[in-house]
Design a protein around this ligand. Structure first.
Ligand SMILES: [Zn+2]
Length: 445
């Protein structure tokens, strides 16, 4: 069982963490898509009430990072959709609001603490007596949240700290992207950033079509980071002792990508171009991974079983480039996670590692009995969201073999609307009522 325990530590199977008491939180929106190919530039018509000087952005953020003080200072201008003269957004609870203004000048605001899925305590900021337009919030403080840190050798700021305003409606007609201008990191390299030496500032753009719209700032101090690259995939790591592991993860990642493209999802090929994989394994205790458009971030690799991680953990995260799109903050996330798990399980069979497959299945079976049904009463994301669906599919695998699972995965990946109802309807029409009924019933047990 050693390898199985190690896999739990790597946190890919997050739900099992809670069952083991190792973690009370399951912080994985894990919601990825491959980076969209560059879009032809379209003329952007800004609505008359949206007055950014650069009207092509729906949020424009100035971020100043003070590495010595481990603090950030932010000025975020939002193309806000205001209802009933109120407008609310969320930032991390360790951040203090200094000023909020609209186009007509200073605005009043109040804050309260509220917990949100994946992020823990957040500061909900409600601005009153406001009309539509650009609302600018200035705030500062430290960041907290999984995978967020400001260290001399690297800086990571993402969705999980809510370092930027989240959870608010944008004005109708607002553009697709968010721009971040970053100062204080002139001695660093910002992943996917562009550096302007004159202003000593980096510019970063959120990735179009990324459902999380993550402003995911990852910066390395040159000389502190090691990078291995092959075939458009780069893996960055900070601990020199990981050199061998990094090479192996890269090999398996490329092999798994080839399997998904050529064998499992031949009708949904993805270019691997410009994929960055980051290992923050020097962060002890961060025991999970997440993926975004063109980005996968790992933590805690120093404690894991390398073999099982490379063969299953890394392929799981890569599989999310296909297995994504269902709502991650609700029970519907079982679709993303079950399909990512089974993509990786089929990869294990593809490379002939029946032992690893059996070990993982044993683990899923063992833990699934402790979890509640997939479909929750309140619609929330249940404990065990990675696990129960994997066991449900295993029942079908035992009876019908791997081809059945391949069909199910491809049905999910092909769905125009990624939710359970559409999935089961499509299973019913492409495979049959019996399988659809089995899955439907399995959601409630
Ligand atoms: Zn996942």
């Amino acid at each position: 069982m050693k390898t199985v325990v190690a896999l739990i530590l790597c946190g890919i199977v997050l739900a099992t963490l809670a069952a083991c008491g190792a973690s009370s939180d399951a912080p994985s929106p894990d919601v990825p898509v491959f980076e969209s190919p560059p879009q032809p530039s379209e003329p952007v018509t800004a609505p008359s009430d949206i007055a950014f000087s650069d009207a092509d952005m729906k949020m424009s953020i100035e971020l100043e990072v003070d590495v010595d003080k481990k603090q950030i200072t932010v000025s975020a201008s939002m193309a806000a959709k205001v209802e009933n003269n109120e407008f609310s957004f969320y930032i991390g609870s360790s951040l203090t609001v200094d000023e909020i203004s609209g186009e007509g000048g200073s605005l009043e605001w109040q804050t309260e603490i509220e917990s949100l899925e994946f992020r823990g305590p957040m500061r909900k900021v409600t601005v009153t007596a406001v009309t539509d337009g650009i609302i600018t919030a200035k705030y500062h403080g430290s960041v907290s949240g999984a995978f967020n840190f400001i260290d001399p050798e690297a800086v990571a700021l993402s969705f999980y700290s809510s370092w930027y305003p989240q959870g608010f409606p944008y004005a109708d007609g607002a553009a697709d992207q968010i721009r971040v201008t970053i100062t204080g990191l002139s001695e660093y390299t910002v992943l996917r950033g562009e550096y302007d030496g004159g202003d000593k500032a980096w510019t970063y753009h959120s990735v179009k079509d990324d459902p999380t719209e993550d402003c995911n700032i990852i910066a390395f101090k040159p000389g502190s980071v090691f990078t291995v690259s092959r075939d458009g995939v780069s893996l960055h790591y900070l601990d020199e002792a990981e050199a061998g592991l990094a090479e192996n993860i890269l090999d398996y990642s490329l092999d798994a990508l080839a399997y998904y493209n050529e064998v499992l999802y031949p009708d949904h090929k993805k270019e691997a171009g410009n994929l960055n994989i980051v290992s923050f394994s020097y962060l002890k205790g961060v025991e999970w991974a997440y993926s975004r458009a063109g980005l996968i971030v790992y933590g805690g690799l120093s404690d894991i079983d390398e073999d099982i991680f490379m063969k299953e953990g890394a392929p799981h995260e890569l599989a999310h480039f296909w297995a994504n799109g269902a709502d991650t903050s609700s029970w519907e996330d079982w679709l993303n996670e079950t399909c990512a798990n089974w993509s990786a399980l089929l990869y294990l069979l593809h490379i002939g590692d029946q032992d690893a497959f059996d070990q993982l299945i044993e683990m899923y079976l063992e833990y699934s009995v402790n979890f509640p049904p997939i479909k929750t009463v309140d619609g929330g994301r249940p404990n065990g969201v990675h696990n129960k669906g994997t066991v449900l599919f295993y029942e079908l695998y035992k009876e019908h073999g791997g081809e059945m699972i391949e069909k199910l995965l491809n049905i999910f990946v092909s769905l125009p609307e990624k939710n359970t109802e559409s999935f089961i309807n499509e299973v019913s029409s492409q495979i049959g009522n019996e399988t659809a009924d089995f899955l439907q019933a399995g959601l409630l047990t």
